[in-house]
Design a protein around this ligand. Structure first.
Ligand code: C2O
Ligand code: CU
Ligand code: CU
Length: 430
C-alpha cells in the first residue's frame, strides 16, 4: 500500500519451468514465477492498481474473473497486452468478501494460456461481512486450491494435442500446480477455497472417506448459512469454499465420478470427464491440532434480486460453439443493459454437449433450474453456472456503478475451447 492508500501489485506473465511431476521439469507459463501466480488480496473499499508486464512470446490479457471492474480494466479480449508491453488497470474494490481469480482472456487462445499455467487467486475481504468464526489464517487454516487437469508427454512437456469436444482433457490432476501432493493440516478445521481452473473438465469433489464438510461460500461470496455436503460439483471457472474437520488420519480430497453423469449420460452426449476419478491432494493432520472455533450458523445476508422488478428479459441459447446462433464477433455488441436495473436471463443448453455460463462484471442469482428452486449450494452469488444438456436456467442480475459507451463486457461458456471457438457475446452497460 502506498502513501495515498492505494494497494499496488506488479505481475509479469512469463515462461519458466515447474516440477509438476516429481523428478521432471515441465515448461510452463506463470505470473511472477514459473507457474500460476501470487494470490492477490484486497479489502472492499480499497483502491487496487496493477502494473502488468507481458514477458511471453505472444499477446495475452489478464481478466479479473468474478470481480466488479470498469469495462476498460476488465482484461477481456479487447485489453490485449503485446509482448514486451505493460497494462495498468486500477479500480476501487466494491463487492462482498469472495474467492475470485484472474486468468488470460485473449480471443482464440485462452485455453492454451490457462493450460500452460497462467491463473491466480484474487481474494476480497469485507469487514462488513460477519464471517468471524471461519478459519481465516492464510496458508495455515485457510488454503486456496486450484484443481486442474494436465497431460504430460514422455519428456515432461505439457501435451496440447488430442483436443476433445470439450477441449483438452488431461489424465493427471494437479493441485496448485503439483501432482501427488499433500497439505499439512495443523488445526481442527481447515477452510479450502476450491477453484476448478481446468479448461473443460468437471469435478465432483469430496473426501476419500465420504466425510461431510460445510460449504460456506460460492463464486461471489458467503452463503446465507453453511450447507452440509459430501460432494460439491464444480464446472470450469466455478469456486466453492468449504470447511472440513482435519480428523486424526490422512484423508484425500478426491474428484469422484458424477453419480448422475452430470446430465451427460444420453447416448451421444459428450463426456467432460464426469466418469473419471482422481486424487487431488492429501490432507495430512499433524499429531496435535490447534483449536478452531465452531462454524457460525448464519454467515451472511444475501439480499435477493426481485425478478418482478426486471426491466429486461433476455434469452441465450447455447449450441454448437454458438450463443443464439452466432459466434463471437469482436466488432458486434449483442445488447446494451441499463445500469442499476434488474434483468432476468434465461439460459438454455439445447445441445447434447456440456456447457456452462459465465457473466463478467457482476454476480447473479439463480432463480430456477428447469423450473425448480436451485439446491442450497447454488442459492448464493454466482458468476458461473453449469448448464447440463437440455436444461433451462433463469438468472437474475443487475449491473451497477460502471458504464462505458464503447467498451463491452463478455458473457460466455467457460469451457475454454468453446469460448475460444466463439461461444461468447458482448454487451455494454450504459
Ligand atoms: Cu473466467 Cu470471461 O472469464
Ligand atoms: Cu470472467
Ligand atoms: Cu460450452
Amino acid at each position: 500500500t502506498d502513501a495515498s492508500g492505494v494497494r499496488r501489485f506488479a505481475l509479469t506473465a512469463g515462461p519458466g519451468s515447474t516440477e509438476m511431476l516429481a523428478g521432471t521439469r515441465t515448461p510452463t507459463w506463470g505470473y511472477n514465477g514459473s507457474v500460476l501466480g501470487p494470490t492477490i488480496r484486497a479489502r472492499r473499499g480499497e483502491t487496487v492498481a496493477f502494473t502488468i508486464d507481458n514477458a511471453l512470446p505472444e499477446a495475452t490479457t489478464v481478466h479479473w474473473h468474478g470481480l466488479h471492474v470498469p469495462a476498460r480494466y476488465d482484461g477481456g479480449p479487447h485489453q490485449t497486452i503485446a509482448p514486451g508491453a505493460r497494462w495498468e488497470p486500477t479500480w476501487t474494490v466494491n463487492q462482498p468478501a469472495a474467492t475470485l481469480w484472474y486468468h488470460p482472456h485473449p480471443h482464440g487462445t485462452t485455453e492454451k494460456h490457462v493450460y500452460r499455467g497462467l491463473a491466480g487467486f484474487f481474494l476480497v475481504d469485507d469487514e462488513d461481512t460477519p464471517s468471524s468464526g471461519l478459519p481465516s489464517t492464510y496458508g495455515v487454516d485457510d488454503i486456496p486450491i486450484v484443481v486442474q487437469d494436465k497431460r504430460f508427454a514422455a519428456d515432461g512437456a505439457l501435451d496440447e494435442s488430442g483436443s476433445t469436444d470439450v477441449g483438452l482433457l488431461g489424465d493427471t490432476v494437479v493441485a496448485n500446480g503439483f501432482a501427488d501432493t499433500y497439505l499439512p493440516v495443523s488445526t481442527e478445521l481447515v477452510r479450502l477455497r476450491l477453484l476448478n481452473g481446468s479448461a473443460g473438465r468437471m469435478y465432483n469433489l469430496g473426501f476419500s472417506d465420504d466425510r461431510e464438510f460445510d460449504m460456506v461460500a460460492s463464486d461471489g461470496g458467503l452463503l446465507p448459512e453453511p450447507v452440509r455436503l459430501t460432494r460439491i460439483a464444480l464446472s470450469p471457472g466455478e469456486r466453492a469454499e468449504i470447511v472440513v474437520a482435519a480428523g486424526a488420519a490422512p484423508v484425500l480430497l478426491r474428484a469422484f465420478p458424477f453419480e448422475d453423469g452430470a446430465g451427460l449420460d444420453a447416448p451421444e452426449a459428450t463426456d467432460a470427464g464426469v466418469h473419471d476419478d482422481f486424487d487431488v491432494v492429501e490432507l495430512r493432520p499433524t499429531t496435535t491440532l490447534g483449536p478452531s472455533a465452531a462454524i457460525p450458523d448464519t454467515l451472511a445476508t444475501v439480499p435477493s434480486i426481485d425478478p418482478n422488478a426486471a426491466v429486461a428479459r433476455r434469452e441465450f441459447e447455447l449450441q454448437w460453439f454458438m450463443i443464439n446462433g452466432q459466434q463471437m464477433d469482436m466488432a458486434r455488441v449483442d445488447f446494451t443493459s441499463a445500469v442499476d436495473t434488474v434483468e432476468v436471463w434465461t439460459v438454455r443448453n439445447v445441445d447434447n454437449w456440456p456447457h456452462n455460463f459465465h457473466v463478467h462484471d457482476t454476480q447473479f442469482q439463480i432463480l430456477d433450474i428447469d423450473g425448480a428452486t436451485p439446491p442450497p449450494e447454488l442459492r448464493g452469488w454466482k458468476d458461473t453456472v453449469y448448464t447440463p444438456p437440455g436444461s433451462t436456467l433463469r438468472l437474475a442480475l443487475r449491473f451497477s456503478e460502471y458504464t462505458d459507451p464503447a467498451m463491452p463486457y463478455m458473457y460466455h461458456c467457460h469451457l475454454l475451447l468453446h469460448e475460444d471457438m466463439g461461444m461468447m457475446g458482448q454487451f455494454l452497460v450504459l
